[in-house]
Design a protein around this ligand. Structure first.
Ligand code: SF4
Ligand code: SF4
Length: 328
């Protein structure tokens, strides 16, 4: 939610935007237009990465205002077919795969078909795994410039997970963690269980198997999903996981606060722009000698894996990297 009373028109948000290339004067001007109810160019050119929320010094959430304006005006020009395809996710069958008593529940949301084989991993043994329409967090609507369903569906999503009766729900999909932490709080919805991010879960499980870990000794670049801009605090778990498995993450330009979108949200409306953003990212990873690009989000993986391979960078899911460190 945008907090107009917190905005002093400093312009830092849009000046920071890695895609807009604005100077401070233009950033301030467009923020004034936005707050006054207008539709400055940033509304249509925004990649929907949410990074500007992170950099706003007063926590006014400028992206939320841009996102609302995108919905009001249809400025992103998302093709109807893309909208319909996304809406079909509400019809995916709900599946509960029962695990062992006493083990937590893991939600894989609507990414089941993309991550199925990754679940064959000793780190997930015994978990109850849920997926499908009932457990669809809907956060992806933000990328379509249509945030209203996210708020509308939040209660239903949280109630369905709560009904599973688990003290902890592990979120495989970063979007779900964002919903259960930051967004639920903004919407004033109480979450009656502890959401556990995949990084925290992996960290815990690896700690329990410390004596079986073989250090991998590779250099990687990490591709952070856009939903992580809402929950940057969990990166300490990623750093810990990488340390446990002996993986180096050299500093590069486009990471942490400056992490780039994978380009997926741009694919339906501007493929050339998407290709440009992907290239910045891969070139940056190459420049620090990354042997692999590590993914958390299946959409990021699908969008960048070919480019990674073309540049001799191995695209790998964080869960697979951990499995490798245990299977030696
Ligand atoms: S939203 Fe935040 S960063 Fe942007 S102009 Fe307002 S106060 Fe500054
Ligand atoms: S959400 Fe991302 S692309 Fe959009 S204005 Fe903010 S930083 Fe720029």
């Amino acid at each position: 939610m945008f907090h107009a009373e917190k905005c002093d028109f400093c312009g830092k948000c849009l000046e920071f935007c890695p895609y807009a290339g604005y100077d401070l004067a233009r950033a301030r001007k467009e923020m004034r237009e936005l707050v006054a109810g207008g539709k400055p160019p940033i509304v249509g050119s925004c990649v929907t990465c949410a990074s500007c929320n992170m950099v706003c010094p007063t926590k006014a959430n400028p992206f939320d205002l841009i996102n609302d304006r995108q919905e009001e005006t249809g400025a992103l020009g998302i093709p109807e077919q893309a909208m319909q395809n996304f809406a079909k996710l509400h019809s995916l069958p709900t599946v509960i795969k029962k695990g062992r008593e006493g083990k937590p529940v893991m939600n894989i949301c609507i990414v089941g078909d993309m991550v199925r084989e990754l679940l064959d991993n000793p780190l997930f043994e015994g978990l109850t795994v849920v997926e499908g329409a009932d457990y669809f967090c809907t956060v992806g609507y933000i990328h379509l410039g249509k945030p209203s369903p996210v708020k509308k569906e939040a209660k239903r999503f949280i109630a369905k997970l709560a009904a599973l009766g688990s003290d902890e729900i592990v979120c495989f999909h970063d979007d779900c963690y964002t919903m259960l932490t930051t967004l639920a709080d903004e919407f004033g919805i109480k979450v009656p269980f502890r959401p556990v991010h995949l990084f925290e879960y992996l960290c815990r499980e690896l700690e329990n198997r410390k004596d079986k870990i073989r250090k991998l000794g590779i250099r990687i670049a990490y591709q952070s999903p856009c939903a992580s801009r809402y929950t940057p605090e969990k990166e300490i778990y990623l750093d810990k996981v990488l340390q446990l498995i002996g993986v180096e993450r050299p500093a590069r330009k486009y990471e942490r606060q400056l992490a780039l979108c994978c380009g997926a949200p741009l694919m339906a409306r501007d493929r050339d722009r998407a290709a440009e953003v992907k290239k910045w990212n891969i070139d940056d990873a190459k420049s620090v000698g990354a042997e692999a690009m590590v993914f958390l989000c299946p959409m990021c993986y699908l969008n960048l894996r070919k480019l990674c391979k073309d540049d001799a960078i191995n695209p790998v899911f964080i869960t697979e990297l951990c499995r490798k460190a245990l299977s030696a």
